[in-house]
Structure formats: C-alpha cells, structure tokens
Design a protein around this ligand. Structure first.
Ligand SMILES: [Zn+2]
Length: 233
C-alpha cells in the first residue's frame, strides 16, 4: 500500500513538473531571431576593457601595442599631456593600432588639491594636445582615481565622462608577473582593468599580457573600448 501511495505521489509530481516544464520548452523553441541566451546574459558581448595609464611610456608602449595586436585586442590609453607632447610618434602609433585615447591630465596631479581653474587647465591643455592628433577623446580618468564634486563638474564641463576601473592589477607596484596574470585571468566581461604603460619599468605588465591575453581569448572573451571612451559611431 505504501508503495502504491508513493507511486501515485510520484506520478502527480512528474505530471506537475511536466506542466511547469511546458512553457519553458515553448520558449526554447522560440524563433531563431530571439537573442541567444549568452548574449542576453552578457550586455558586454564578451568584452573585457583593458586600460593603460600614464603613457606614452617609451618602448613599453611599443611592446604593449604589439601584444594587443597579436591578440586582436583594442584598449584605452589614458595619456598624460606632458608625455604625449614629448612623444607624438607614439600617440600616433596608439591611434594607428585602432585604440582609443583618454585624458589623464597634463602632469598627474591629485585633482582634489587643485583650484577649479587649475583643474580646467589640466584637462583642457591635455584635451587640445590629444585632439591635435585627430583623436576623439570622450573620457577622463583622474590620477589615483581621486575626485570630488568640483572635479566631477570640471570633467563634465569639458564634455568628458569619468572612467574609473574595477579591476586593479597593481602593476605600478611591480608585484611580479604571476600576480598581474592572476588579476587579468579573474576578469570577466564588463570589467575595466587598470594597467600602466608609462611611469616606470613596465616589463612585468608586458609579460603578464603575453601570458594572460591568449588564455582569456581561449575562454571566448574579447578586448574592447569602454562604452564611455568609445568614439561616436
Ligand atoms: Zn596615472
């Protein structure tokens, strides 16, 4: 008797689950024009946003451009005006690679310590220089990520959007290639990853990219320009 009762309960449970399953199956059978589940779950279309600050940084910038090209990667370079002025050829090389420029001030002050006029000068002077290369520059990254209401107002007044980051490789501190690789391999679509091509010895950054980018690409990830920094279509 107990077995019979159990089987009745089981049959009812199966019937209930079939009823529940039916609408889901119907959705699965939706026309091919419906978006694929992966795309619906990932508004970033598989893209990780690599960003490089403080450049151009001499031969390290060349090396990074080479690794990016080898991995079909596009990135955003937040240049310092004073470095760009010293090295116009590398500014052009970054643009020729299909990458995008961001404004990172003229000489890397903590913006929160400046007067509004000084902020405007840091942003405007750099913007003019970058645009003289034919670049469309739509985003600004404050040095150290330091910002307050006045900094935000200065950014907006310049027609720019503030672009921070959410994954910090801490490569400026030269923590070792493995440490940088580990942060890179933890990136998922939508992440904005902070690295540096300028400001010091960036050989660890270059080596870490050589190791990590092919592994990320093998997961199906792509490397693109952040929405805030992207040129107008
Ligand atoms: Zn910086």
């Amino acid at each position: 008797m107990n077995l019979l009762r159990l089987s009745v309960v089981a049959a009812a449970a199966i019937a209930a689950s079939l009823l529940l399953a039916a609408p889901a199956n119907a959705q699965d059978a939706a026309p091919a024009s419906a978006p694929a589940p992966a795309a619906a779950d990932d508004p970033w279309n598989g893209q990780i946003f690599l960003t490089f600050d403080d450049g151009p940084g001499g031969a390290y910038t060349d090396d990074i451009l080479e690794v990016l090209e080898a991995n079909n990667a596009k990135a955003t370079f937040f240049l310092l005006g004073q470095n760009a002025q010293r090295d116009p050829a590398r500014v052009d090389a970054i643009l020729d690679g299909g990458h995008t420029l961001g404004n990172h001030t003229w000489d890397h002050p903590d913006m929160t310590t400046l007067t509004r006029a000084q902020m405007d000068s840091q942003i405007g002077r750099t913007q003019n220089l970058l645009e003289s290369h034919g670049a469309e520059v739509n985003c600004f990254r404050p040095p150290y990520g330091a910002h307050n209401t006045t900094v935000n107002q200065a950014i907006t007044a310049a027609g720019l959007q503030r672009q921070l980051w959410n994954e910090d490789t801490r490569d400026w501190d030269r923590p070792g290639v493995d440490a940088i690789v580990n942060v890179l391999l933890g990136a998922t679509p939508g992440d904005v990853v902070l690295m540096h091509d300028g400001g010091g010895d960036r050989s660890q950054t270059v080596e870490a990219l050589e190791i990590a980018l092919p592994q990320l690409a093998a997961k199906g990830y792509k490397f693109g320009i952040t929405p805030k920094c992207s040129p107008t279509p």
